[in-house]
Design a protein around this ligand. Structure first.
Ligand code: NAD
Length: 305
């Protein structure tokens, strides 16, 4: 089976590429990054540097490589950038997926796997934990573009018979995460390793459902062989406050630094707690790492790198 992984030079996509190569699939990667200098390049995969907002180039690529499956991870992932530059977000997240779906239709791609976001879609006042049936009501352009993408996929499934699996991730952390976008786990680890006082937004009582990236790999392998059109939350189904998470990292690193607290202007979800029951029951997936285990492995990686 030939699989094209978009965003395969990103944090999660690069792990998915490794998982697919290890599982014996023929893997191709499409990313706008300079692929030849990408440090985590997998020698078993073939890389193409391409901006997916360019419909002609996307069409040429899909025609040339004829994948059976497109696994779509490329996206603008910055919620704050989506608020500052909604058109940039729409181009990278919505135009890009339409380009891929159009090429999938034209060149006979059978299946589409999509990295969506559980944290950005669900209506915040709904009952916790959020299930796949929880009403959606995104509060950022990023959430809107992820939800629109899901709808485009479903429309292509009903119009043209494209098969799909949508994976709605919770908050993913682990080795290779891009710290430029200030994801909370890598910010805490980097600050503490460097003995710098970290900043916690608001009171630190906001909660997140953190998931270690290794657990995302197995979900993507299972999705490849899942034969119904479905949408699954891929989450730990645990709720940890930012403050608790900070204290776990501090204890693993044996540090003691009082963080600064700062009010954050961008509106964000206060609580995030996401059910994984459907993925466990139907996809046969379950997370294998507790937050502490995943953080220990992530910290080991940061210390080496
Ligand atoms: N990180 C998380 O916690 C999380 C949670 C939910 C969903 N997701 C989704 O998972 C996916 C991967 O996230 P990540 O954390 O690995 O992000 P990332 O920024 O590390 O990776 C995204 C990759 O996509 C590429 N890309 C972006 N726009 C492109 C374009 N127009 N053409 C070609 N390549 C393009 C980037 O170069 C980058 O390599 C995204 O779709 C994101 O929305 C991530």
């Amino acid at each position: 089976m030939k699989v094209l992984v978009t965003g395969g030079c990103g944090f999660i996509g690069s792990h998915v590429v490794d998982a697919y190569v290890d599982a014996g699939y023929e893997v191709m990667v499409a990313d706008k990054k300079k692929v030849h200098t990408f440090p985590y390049k997998n020698v078993g995969a073939t890389y193409f540097q391409i901006d997916l907002t360019d419909s002609k180039k996307v069409s040429e690529l899909i025609n040339e490589i004829e994948p059976d499956v497109i696994n779509h991870h490329a996206a603008n992932i910055s919620l704050s950038k989506s608020i500052e530059k909604p058109l940039y977000d729409a181009k990278n997240n919505t135009t890009a997926i339409i380009n891929l779906l159009e090429s999938a239709r034209k060149f006979g791609v059978q299946k589409f796997i999509f990295a969506s976001s559980a944290g950005a879609l669900y209506s915040k006042d709904s009952k916790l934990p959020f299930t796949e049936k929880t009403p959606t009501n995104p509060i950022s352009p990023y959430g809107v573009s992820k939800l629109a993408s899901e709808h485009y996929i479903k429309v292509y499934a009903s119009l043209y018979g494209l098969k799909y699996v949508i994976l709605r991730y919770s908050n993913v952390y682990g080795p290779r995460q891009n710290s430029k976008l200030k994801p909370v786990v890598s910010v805490f680890i980097e600050s503490l390793i460097q003995d710098k006082q970290p900043t916690i937004h608001n009171k630190g009582d906001q909660t997140r459902d953190f998931l270690y990236v290794e657990d995302i790999k197995s979900a993507n392998v299972l999705a490849l062989n899942y034969n119904e059109n479905e949408c699954f939350n891929i989450a730990s189904e645990t709720e940890n406050s930012i403050w608790e998470t900070y204290k776990i990292i501090e204890r693993i690193l044996k540090k003691n630094l009082e963080p600064k607290f700062r009010e954050k202007m961008v509106k964000e979800q206060h609580r995030s707690y996401i059910s994984n029951k459907k993925a466990k029951k139907k996809l046969g997936w379950k997370p294998r790492h507790t937050l502490r285990n995943g953080l220990i492995k992530t910290i080991e990686w940061y210390e080496k790198n």
